[in-house]
Design a protein around this ligand. Structure first.
Ligand code: ADP
Ligand code: 5SP
Length: 527
């Protein structure tokens, strides 16, 4: 059923309603930090239906971050049922499902596959001591990078496993398996304990160059390899729906679940970033700047991650700022309640910001609400408004948040550029990229053309394409992308704001340098 050319043809002439027998539908599920989004697409990449469900994130202590895996499972089942209903799909229509999700999170399971404690997330900063332990056990930072291509960072999964061993030994004694968020959902869909290379890269336990678990590092950390699931390539089939699950979802037991991808690689596939020349910028809870690599490439200072791409035999580099659109979410929730007690809408806040001057009249925002990864790798960093005056109102505050987050993405982009990555265009994705104003701001801060995508479904679209490849609809991910991915709007850098932001980013950068010792003192004060 390989029908590459058909996919291309259908792109320009997509049927609005296919006959029951002709449907070949693929689902993409993205288990994000703020919620889960599921989409259904046809073979040409046309969106048939989408549904989303939100859930909370818990912060039991400052800079800690946890979620209940049961919320991801419930949201996935609910949204799959919703798209099946909305698109009026018959069980046999859905050929494959792709899973994507927030990376690095650790779901600790006991021998009955029950969750031992809430999951520790990608933006949880409690593991600084365990990162030091990993570097020491590996024989130093250089040796660690040789084994797994990356330095130890607090968000990654391996330090979380060591944290459990060091701080909750009774829970560690029960531990049989550690899964990533999307892979916990896979277990409930298929009964299989499996992951794939792009998400596995973010555990710090994958030999990224050879795309397999690093036995040498596992042994140095005294971790049993049986804790980890089987590791596949992203488009490979990892299992089929369990009979009871298929019945519950209105799908068939012939429906396969492919490896899928971590949300960064999935978003890149969804935006067609499967070759050099374009980079992806994502404004989700986190912010990510992502480039494709033909071979593993490294930032010698370890500020960018070197991970496997969701494309077989390819890699990527990315910089990750921990509170991107998440900063806007925090700001709306903490400081912008309406009279009815709800958070002000993002559209209203952004419209107010758009009315204010470039640079928010000298107000800066540092978006380090959850510490920071790129460029500072500083778990103690904190957020800040700097430069407030009595002339500032809500519009300037919002603008400062949007600008601060975008400066942080520029930090990531500039590191990449410094390593020789050239990009003629930035492809914008994530909830924040829905805003035309924020896309234009990116163009002005980056000094590059920023485009939005026709299928603005981010990682969910990327893994739906991986599902289509896994089911044999396309011969390769590159073919699936070239048949279905199209850009939509374009924002070009404007000369005056661009000049301002080139100077503004220097002030922004020096503010962190001025504050970093104080962050340490704040940590001592509050510990
Ligand atoms: N219209 C909008 N304008 C600006 N920002 C928006 C808009 N809609 C959503 N966002 C931002 O996008 C975030 C959600 O992005 P999303 O990519 O869904 O996150 P995640 O994948 O982390 O769950 C919201 O918290 C909000 O900050
Ligand atoms: O930590 C990373 C990537 O390294 C984050 O990108 C997470 O994967 C969370 O994604 P969002 O929920 O923000 O989309």
């Amino acid at each position: 059923m390989r029908r590459v050319a058909r996919g291309r043809l259908l792109l320009s002439k997509a049927p609005s309603s296919m006959s029951a027998s002709s449907k070949n539908v693929f689902l993409g599920v993205d288990i994000g930090t703020s919620g889960t989004k599921t989409i259904a697409i046809d073979a040409a990449g046309n969106l048939l239906a989408q549904a989303s469900a939100a859930y909370p994130c818990h912060h039991p202590k400052p800079l800690w971050s946890e979620q209940d895996p049961a919320d991801w499972r419930a949201a996935t089942f609910k949204t799959i049922r919703a798209v099946v209903k909305k698109a009026e799909l018959k069980p046999a229509d859905v050929k494959a499902i792709g899973l994507s999700g927030q990376m690095h999170g650790s779901v600790f399971l006991d021998k009955s596959d029950d969750v031992i404690r809430p999951a520790l997330l990608w933006n949880d900063q409690r593991t600084a001591a365990e990162c030091d332990e990993i570097e020491t056990r590996a024989g130093g930072r250089k040796k660690l990078i040789k084994l797994v291509a990356n330095p130890a960072l607090t968000g990654f999964q391996a330090p979380k496993i060591l944290w459990l061993r060091n701080h909750e030994p009774r829970n560690f004694a029960k531990l049989q398996k550690v899964l990533l968020p999307k892979d916990y959902v896979r277990l409930h869909l298929t009964g299989e304990r499996a992951t794939e290379v792009s998400d596995a890269s973010g555990t710090l336990l994958l030999d990224v160059v050879n795309r397999r678990w690093s036995k040498p590092l596992l042994s140095k950390l005294e971790l049993d390899a049986s804790l980890l699931p089987a590791c596949y390539e992203s488009e490979e089939v990892t299992g089929k729906l369990l009979p009871a699950v298929a019945k519950q979802l209105g799908l068939s037991t012939d429906c396969v679940v492919v490896g899928g991808a971590g949300d960064c690689a999935a978003g890149a596939v969804g935006n067609g970033v499967v070759q050099r020349g374009v980079v992806n910028s994502s404004l989700g809870t986190s912010g990510v700047v992502f480039c494709h690599s033909e071979t593993p490439e490294y930032d010698p200072d370890g500020r960018l991650h070197t991970f496997c791409h969701a494309v077989r035999g390819k890699w990527h580099m990315m910089g990750v700022t921990l509170s991107a659109a998440g900063s806007l979410q925090w700001y709306a929730d903490a400081l912008c309640k309406t009279a009815g007690g709800k958070s002000e809408s993002f559209d209203k806040l952004v419209a107010e910001a758009a009315e204010t001057a470039v640079g928010a009249d000298g107000l800066f925002f540092l978006p380090y609400l959850a510490g920071e990864r790129t460029p500072h790798a500083d778990p103690l960093a904190r957020g800040a408004f700097i430069g407030l005056t009595q002339a500032h109102g809500r519009g300037e505050l919002t603008r400062a948040v949007l600008e601060g987050v975008t400066y942080s993405l520029r930090d990531c982009l500039d590191i990449m550029t410094g390593l020789g990555v050239t990009a003629k265009e930035v492809r914008a994705t994530g909830g924040g990229a829905r805003s035309e104003f924020w896309r234009q701001l990116q163009a002005d801060v980056f000094g590059k053309r920023v485009v939005s995508m026709q299928a603005d479904e981010g990682p969910a679209f990327g893994v739906a394409l991986l599902a289509a490849v896994g089911a044999g609809e396309y011969a390769s991910i590159a073919e699936a992308c070239s048949a279905t991915v199209q850009t939509a709007t374009e924002s070009k850098p404007q000369a005056k704001p661009r000049r301002f932001y080139d100077r503004g980013v220097e002030v922004y950068r020096s503010l962190y340098q001025s504050l970093k010792d104080d962050y340490r003192r704040i940590a001592e004060l509050t510990s």
